[in-house]
Ligand binder design. Structure first.
Ligand code: SF4
Ligand code: SF4
Length: 375
């Protein structure tokens, strides 16, 4: 180790074998280390112990309705763009027990399962960090906050990764969320052949790096990494024109556009787009009572605005058609979200495009709507 002082923003070169020691130290400090793994011909986020658990030498081919793993000619650990899962499952779990109660215990609420794990997330992309920022706005409001989300969020250690190989459905550069990670991380990696260029983003990150076998990053290494990132920004699979958003989606004259009917003929209202989206936050509550009615469990489960019952309320369903549900989803993400939270509800990760079984590409749908209303 060099005798040097690390500061926030310092960039150092860490040999890859040292990274495994860093993960071990995180576990020793009580973190569950989670990262990308190959599973079911896709990439999931799950427990990892070392770099050997990551999808090495793998890239992904992604297009509307298509995802395919492919081998690359270099042995890197982060040359892929993630699969359907996002980090949202760790902060806002798809199914979460809120409490149980039993007659035997006089229906007292039992919240004994609500211990919150501390996660160290490994390989968080710029678009995914932006999605966490967006979910913070929904779950950590001034007038209301979700205690489970708060506890999980405060326990996070974030190891981000700069994207060097965008997929065909990526458009983070249009939204300013990637491919370079700018903020809100503890450590940020740029992958080199035998080492990681590591940027220090927090005091916690700095203390984890102290005493490790790193070298200061030379100007040559930093330039090489910066050029690779600039190339990645120029290789986005898609470009979203945001110049007329949110007005295009919220203008009352556009609510009856023919294009909504056209998309509705293709959309299955399956809700895949909302389940894979790292910013979608809708949920429902279910109560499960046993057959003898002596115990009950209340759970929070992910919901979707494509669920036909999502907008059912006294007097009927306010969005009974696929047309109305698709329009609601798109005009919320790219329209009313801005009024609600001060930003678009999309970070350009491309998941909803890749994982839509009908191959619906909302970048193309927005462009088509724009063309129609210009007529
Ligand atoms: S847009 Fe695609 S993923 Fe979303 S509900 Fe329609 S068919 Fe399903
Ligand atoms: S709307 Fe689609 S592209 Fe945007 S953040 Fe959600 S899944 Fe990603």
């Amino acid at each position: 180790m060099l005798d040097t002082t690390l500061n926030l923003g310092s960039r150092v070169v860490l040999p890859k074998p040292e990274f495994d020691l860093l993960l071990a130290d995180l576990r020793q400090s009580g973190y569950q280390t989670v990262g990308p793994r190959l599973q079911d011909e896709s990439i999931v986020y799950s427990g990892i112990d070392s770099l050997a658990d990551l999808p090495r030498g793998v890239t992904t081919e992604q297009a509307p309705g298509k995802f395919r793993l492919m081998r690359t000619d270099r042995e890197r650990y982060f040359d892929f763009i993630p699969g359907a899962q996002s980090w949202k499952q760790f902060l806002f779990p798809p199914r979460l027990k809120l409490f149980s109660a039993s007659k035997e215990k006089r229906w007292e609420l039992d919240r004994s399962d609500d211990a919150c794990p501390r996660y160290a997330l490994v390989g968080v992309r710029g678009c995914e960090l932006a999605a966490i920022e967006i979910q913070d706005k929904a779950f950590l409001r001034d007038d209301f906050e979700d205690p489970t989300y708060r506890a999980r969020r405060e326990g996070l250690f974030i190891i981000a990764i700069n994207c060097l190989q965008p997929a065909g459905t990526c458009f983070c550069a249009s939204l300013g969320t990637g491919p370079r990670v700018e903020r809100n991380f503890d450590l940020c990696l740029t992958e080199l052949d035998d080492a990681f260029l590591v940027e220090i983003g927090s005091d916690l990150g700095r203390s984890l790096m102290a005493g490790r076998n790193f070298e200061l990053a030379s100007a040559f290494v930093q330039n090489t990494a910066d050029q690779a990132l600039a190339r990645a920004a120029g290789q986005m699979g898609r470009t979203l024109d945001t110049s007329d958003l949110p007005d295009l989606l919220t203008h009352s004259a556009n609510l009856d556009a023919r294009h909504w009917d056209e998309v509705a003929r293709r959309c299955l209202s399956c809700g895949n787009c909302t389940q894979v989206c790292p910013t979608c936050f809708c949920w429902d509550v279910t109560d499960t009572v046993n057959l003898t009615a002596t115990t009950t469990v209340r759970e929070r489960v992910w919901d979707s605005c494509f669920n036909p019952y999502f907008s059912y309320q006294a007097g009927g369903n306010t969005r009974p058609t696929i047309r109305s549900r698709y329009r609601q989803w798109l005009s919320h993400k790219f329209g009313t979200w801005v009024q609600q939270y001060g930003s678009l509800g999309c970070t350009g990760c491309g998941r909803c495009i890749t994982w839509c079984p009908a191959g619906i590409d909302h970048v193309a749908e927005i462009a088509a709507l724009r063309e129609e209303v210009k007529e």
